[in-house]
Design a protein. Structure first.
Length: 724
């Protein structure tokens, strides 16, 4: 907490709002509440009284679930399906602008001012718009505006999950409401019957034209089918695709066998080509009878050659003869082998020709099959189209006969189950309910006005505001005084009305600065600076009154007017401005004793001379020397400084002080301005002792701060002899 020694405190947190706090807020904001609530109440009551009465009449229409059909066969226009979607669809039909237009024409609603704005007298809205030069909105021509107005006066809705639709019409005239409701129902039924009749007529015309076209189509398709069969040779009822498919299948089988034979011969030929150096290993060579005979002869000659060689030696003629016979036989074997390989090549070539011939035959048969199939499909398509057209023709002929005999075509799918009657009492507005809503709205807006006024209130009103927003303690609350005989010299009250509440508050401030003890004197040479955030907050009055109160207690006091730009101390005491003052003393032009103004009490004054206004004497160190001299001669020095936010003099002077008392004017000083000033003083390390609430309204303070001593002034005001 902030003490007289200048310690700072942390701003207090907002305490939860209790019922008493809410009640105090209500009391102090009662005028915005009353004004706003009264305005809202007046507007609401006026609206509730001037709204014209409206009557509602209702007709009920039943959507038929069962249909009556005396003619056999399927109806051209079927009845409505018995489902929820169908009923909801009919609700939308009843809301259609076309149906409303037909009712408006039948009942001549364009002659009724309620539905035709052209026939109305200018209303309050048009009159107000005319005052501001605003022309009324143009009325749309024809029945458009009447139709829209009728739709606004009408509501159509399904009754629960049933098949009953309610048509509700509101009007200022009960008879008009009933007439419109009944007309809407009748027009709806007539529209359904008319729709079915028109559909029947369109169906007959359609059947006639369609049957004529189908007859021509049947003849054309039959002729086209016959022409195709004659050109391709396809008989009616035959299936050429079966023959073609069988032929192609046989050719494919032969082609597969020929391909397999070709592959086998190619394999044999390939093996023979790779084994020409060793023909004895070829299967075809081994299977040849000639080769076997030649090999048998060779074997015998080889035996003879071996015996001859053994018997006669290598150079004997018999040995040479047998060798020649072996060579001849080997040549014959080689020639026979080459002949066998050539035969295999010829077989491969023949097999290849056979495979190619079968492939060409398959391709030709496929082409023929495609041509026959296309011709057959085309012919069958013409036959199918002709048959389909013939069936449709027969069905349309049957349907055309049914359209003539069907009574259902002119029967609506709904019926009126409840005819609208003339209502006896209006259904709207509900004036008691409107009045209750108006009262609720007035209360709501009144409370909203209280909340807005409370949120927009940035004035300091109590010690709680001081602690919450400035982080300081309230050290005194000075009541506001409006004396009749003191002009603006409120400081005289300390002497002339010592038993007034104002004087008592000044003495309480004096005691606070003394540490709470009336007999405890301040240390000699104590400097007390009185300042504020903005002008006209009463700091001069407080400074003068405090100086007089301290002097009255017996201390020697020097009151210095340090506001060289706008000095007010002399005026507050009702004395003349001296020739020499604080500027002359600080600059050494005169001594302190010569510039003093005596009041005949222990209080002396150091004022601002006429010629010294606007001179800067605080930032040069001269003022500090002046205070050092004054400290030696006086017990207490009270300094009235300029506002903190106006000039920097107050922050400079506060550094020389022992106590800095910050003045805020009750319900006038903005907490933002006060906070800015306090922050400036804290930045200058001023010894802030606390905040004084000045000019507190004794009658209203209890509405803002029930913890402030002045909030209980009504209970102890008999102790004071006030100036009133």
């Amino acid at each position: 907490m902030t003490t007289a020694e200048g310690q700072y405190v942390t701003p207090a947190e907002d305490s939860p709002i209790d019922l008493r706090t809410l009640w105090l807020i209500m009391l102090r904001r009662r005028f915005p509440f009353i004004i706003v609530a009264a305005v809202v109440l007046a507007i609401g009551l006026t609206i509730a009284l001037i709204i014209p009465s409206k009557y509602v009449s209702s007709t009920s229409v039943l959507i038929e679930r069962r249909s009556t059909n005396v003619a056999e066969g399927q109806s051209i226009v079927s009845g409505l399906p018995a489902d929820s979607a169908a009923v909801d669809t009919e609700v939308q039909v009843l809301r259609s602008p076309d149906l409303a237009r037909r009712v408006a024409e039948r009942l001549h609603l364009d002659r009724d001012p309620e539905f035709n704005p052209r026939l109305r007298e200018p209303g309050f809205g048009e009159w107000v718009g005319g005052l501001f030069g605003k022309s009324p909105a143009p009325v749309r021509p024809g029945l458009d505006v009447v139709t829209n107005t009728l739709l606004n006066h009408m509501s159509v809705g399904r009754q629960g999950l049933t098949y009953v639709i309610n048509i509700n019409v509101s009007s200022r005239s009960p008879q008009t409401a009933a007439d419109i409701a009944n007309a809407m129902a009748r027009e709806y039924l007539e529209q359904q019957a008319e729709y079915k009749r028109s559909i029947a007529q369109k169906a007959q015309s359609f059947y006639t034209e369609r049957m004529r076209a189908l007859s021509t189509d049947v003849q054309s398709n039959a002729s086209s089918a016959s022409s195709i069969r004659a050109r391709t040779g396809i008989t009616s009822g035959s299936n050429p695709s079966s023959y073609d498919e069988q032929t192609i299948a046989d050719l494919r089988r032969q082609h597969s066998e020929a391909s397999a034979n070709l592959a086998a011969k190619q394999a044999r030929y390939s093996a023979a080509s790779r084994s020409q150096n060793n023909p004895s290993s070829l299967p075809d060579v081994l299977a040849s009878q000639v080769i076997r005979d030649l090999r048998s002869q060779r074997a015998k000659i080889a035996v003879d050659a071996s015996q001859a060689t053994t018997r006669y030696g290598n150079d004997h003629p018999e040995v040479a003869r047998t060798r020649n016979q072996l060579a001849e036989i080997d040549g014959e074997i080689a020639a026979e082998t080459r002949r066998i390989v050539s035969g295999l090549a010829a077989e491969v070539s023949a097999a290849q020709q056979e495979v190619g011939s079968l492939g060409s035959a398959i391709a030709q048969q496929r082409s023929a099959a495609i041509r026959n199939s296309d011709a057959s499909v085309t012919a069958r398509k013409y036959d199918t189209d002709a048959d389909a057209s013939r069936e449709v023709y027969e069905d349309l002929a049957k349907r055309r006969k049914e359209t003539v005999a069907t009574d259902e075509l002119a029967t609506p799918d709904a019926s009126i189950v409840s005819v609208a009657s003339t209502p006896n009492s209006p259904s709207s507005p509900n004036r008691p309910l409107l009045i209750l809503l108006t009262l609720a709205a007035a209360l709501t807006f009144g409370l909203l006005a209280i909340i807005i006024a409370e949120l927009l209130d940035v004035k300091i009103s109590s010690g709680e505001d001081v602690k919450r927003h400035l982080g300081l303690n309230r050290i005194a609350s000075i009541p506001g005084v409006s004396p009749r005989n003191y002009d603006e010299h409120l400081a005289r009250l300390v002497y002339e009305k010592p038993q007034s509440s104002f004087s008592e508050a000044i003495r309480a401030l004096n005691m606070t600065l003394r540490g709470g003890h009336a007999k405890q004197a301040l240390p000699s040479g104590q400097v007390i600076v009185i300042t504020s955030a903005l002008p006209h907050e009463g700091k001069t009055t407080i400074a003068t009154s405090l100086a007089l109160s301290i002097a009255k207690a017996g201390s020697r006091v020097l009151l210095i007017d340090a506001d060289v730009r706008r000095p007010q101390v002399a005026a507050s005491l009702g004395i003349a401005t001296p020739e020499h003052g604080i500027a002359e003393v600080a600059t050494g032009k005169t001594d302190l004793a010569s510039a003093m103004v005596s009041t005949g009490t222990p209080l002396d004054l150091l004022l601002v001379a006429v010629t010294a206004k606007g001179i800067d004497i605080f930032s040069r160190g001269q003022f500090s020397e002046l205070l050092e001299k004054a400290r030696k001669q006086y017990d207490v020095i009270v300094i009235d400084t300029p506002p903190v936010l106006a000039v920097s003099d107050a922050t400079v002077i506060s550094r020389e002080a022992d106590h800095v008392v910050f003045i805020t004017r009750w319900r006038r000083t903005s907490r933002f301005a006060a906070k800015a000033a306090v922050e400036a003083l804290k930045a200058a390390e001023a010894p802030l002792s606390g905040v004084v609430l000045n000019a507190v309204d004794l009658k209203k303070q209890s509405l803002y701060a029930d913890s402030d001593p002045l909030a209980f002034y009504g209970s102890y005001k008999a102790y004071y002899a006030n100036e009133e």
